[in-house]
Design a protein around this ligand. Structure first.
Ligand SMILES: [Zn+2]
Length: 113
């Protein structure tokens, strides 16, 4: 898992099982800390996460982060941009390439209005 703002590898990564199972995949919450940007977490339920959320602490409340003057609570991943037929294929939900956020910092500020 990487920081959605600076793309640094998150440290102190923690994984918590949520107890449910979908298609043989355990539901998990992954949390990790960026030294510069704080804690982030996301849920994994049989598919790669659609969004990575900024949180106050591991498994804590959502928090607001400001990137280039814009407020964000969550960051969309590139998983959202895959064509539907590719999304329906069996996919390792932990495949790192799908966890990347959509756009690098800077461009992200223009992607939402
Ligand atoms: Zn960061």
């Amino acid at each position: 898992m990487r920081c959605p703002i600076c793309n640094a590898m998150l440290t102190k990564v923690m994984v918590r099982d949520l107890g449910g199972i979908t298609a043989g995949t355990i539901w998990q919450v992954h949390a990790g800390e960026c030294v510069d940007h704080g804690w982030f977490q996301t849920e994994v339920v049989s598919r790669p996460p659609r969004e990575i959320f900024a949180v106050t602490k591991p498994f804590g409340a959502a928090r607001r982060v400001v990137v280039n003057g814009r407020e964000h609570f969550s960051f969309s991943t590139v998983w959202n941009d895959l064509p539907g037929d590719e999304r329906r294929k069996p996919t390792n939900p932990l495949e790192e390439k799908y966890w990347r956020v959509r756009t690098p910092q800077g461009q992200m500020a223009q992607s939402k209005t």
